[in-house]
Design a protein around this ligand. Sequence first.
Ligand code: HEC
Length: 112
Amino acid sequence: MGQLGGMAKGKMPYEAKKAQGAATSLQATANLNTMGMWLPGSGNDKLGTKTRAKPEIWSTYPAVAEKSKALKMALVDLVKVAGTDLKGLQGAMGAVGKSCGSCHKAFRAKKQ
Ligand code: HEC
């Protein structure tokens, strides 16, 4: 995400191969089944400052899964265009960034 964001914002030179590789890796990470890391009762209501995960992850389920799906869909588009050119990368990164932010806004507590 750091490389992709850097290139999209012009902070790093665009390199098609690097962009394609980073997009593919990010997609692979997002597609991992992480259900085992999201145990009910591991929200910040129980664990305090050890986590920023809000209890709403579980109490409003499957809303969080919808957010995860939105990210995966944005990444399908990103992988298609990341290695094409900078414009394609920039266009697709908007939706990816939004899907990260939308889930954090709903389910990640502010830094304490
Ligand atoms: C489905 C919901 C969801 C999506 C989508 C999501 N995140 Fe998160 N993210 C969380 C939650 C919840 C936490 C807080 C976890 C905790 O503190 O235990 C978090 C934490 C993080 C952290 C802090 C990790 C740490 O060690 O404190 C980073 C960095 C992060 N997310 C990056 C991203 C990026 C980049 C994306 C998009 C590519 C993304 N996230 C998409 C839910 C999501």
